[in-house]
Design a binder for this molecule. Structure first.
Ligand code: C2E
Ligand code: CA
Ligand code: CA
Ligand code: CA
Length: 275
């Protein structure tokens, strides 16, 4: 049993090792990718549940490495947050997304994800103002997505930052709603313009009565608090129809459209009569 234990320990050790090696590889390669402008942005449409017109697009960063292949933002964003590389990535995504969205029809907003590290420093407000000014994007067309973990990690100054962003005239969305520990208390402390119901509640919306009850309650809550509400991860027509019936305002997910490169997204707008 002892030898067994030792073997198992060695096994975990080498697994950790491999993970650590991949991490530091990603860290180094990411620095190069940033410096050489190798990151890209995909745009995923959000449609109005009633009219099915595109009302917004979410900017999702992409990294296609020549030998490692496509690396998911779910993997490299957390690393970039720890190393501080998120600053350069975040400001590039914001500027680029605003610039590309500025040429879209006026009724289409652009949503950009913010990470906690970006939120903490004093640089966010000037960055947002510069991105708006340089792109010419009207402020009301910019939406910033924040998560509860962001609010949790950067408790000092959050209220001030959120308020000054709101005062600029842009919109703040609370992303992944329902997955954190204290979602409701955040709704009382801060003002949000929009709630995005997390994908995990949508996936089993039609089969799990509990998920359905939660989704119904969140939609009602958003309405009562005068926020708009979006559902993410909508993959089936059944989910779409149910969400529309329940009064969900905006729908995002593979059913409506996958994240697309800029050319694909602009063609999508044309085809759907939104451009
Ligand atoms: P998120 O903000 O919750 O973004 C939604 C994720 O769900 C995206 O994954 C999107 O591609 C995926 N998705 C959309 N519709 C569907 C669907 O119908 N089914 C399924 N299964 N998935 C769907 P992605 O692009 O891999 O991004 C993962 C996460 O990485 C994002 O989650 C966000 O937290 C982070 N991220 C992406 N881009 C940025 C960025 O520019 N800045 C920051 N700070 N974070 C980013
Ligand atoms: Ca998001
Ligand atoms: Ca989300
Ligand atoms: Ca998420």
């Amino acid at each position: 049993a002892k030898a067994d234990g030792r073997n198992r320990y060695r096994f975990f050790d080498s697994t950790l090792d491999a993970a650590a090696r991949r991490r530091s590889l990603i860290e180094r390669e990411l620095a190069l990718a940033i410096a050489e402008g190798k990151l890209d942005i995909n745009y995923q449409p959000l449609v109005d549940a009633q009219t099915r017109r595109v009302v917004c697009a979410e900017a999702l960063v992409r990294w296609n490495h020549p030998t490692l292949g496509a690396i998911s933002p779910g993997e490299f964003i957390p690393i970039a947050e720890e190393t501080g590389q998120i600053g350069a990535i975040g400001s590039w995504v914001l500027r680029r997304a605003c610039t590309q969205a500025a040429s879209w029809p006026d009724h289409i907003r652009i949503a950009v994800n913010l990470s906690s590290r970006q939120f903490m420093g004093p640089g966010l407000l000037p960055l947002v103002e510069a991105a708006l000014k340089q792109s010419g994007l009207p402020t009301h067309r910019l939406e910033l997505e924040v998560t509860e973990s962001l609010l949790m990690e950067s408790s000092i100054g959050v209220e001030e930052t959120l308020q000054s962003l709101s005062r600029l005239g842009l919109r703040i969305a609370l992303d992944d709603f329902g997955t954190g520990f204290s979602s409701l208390s955040y709704l009382r402390r801060y003002h949000f313009d929009k709630l995005k119901i997390d994908q995990s509640f949508i996936t089993d919306l039609e089969t799990n009565p509990d998920s359905r009850a939660i989704v119904e309650a969140v939609i009602r809550l958003a309405r009562d608090l005068r926020m708009s509400v979006a559902a993410e991860g909508v993959e089936t027509k059944g989910q779409f129809d149910l969400l529309r019936q329940l009064g969900c305002g905006e729908i995002q997910g593979y059913l409506v459209g996958r994240p697309m490169q800029i050319d694909g997204f602009e063609a999508y707008l044309q085809e759907n009569g939104d451009a």
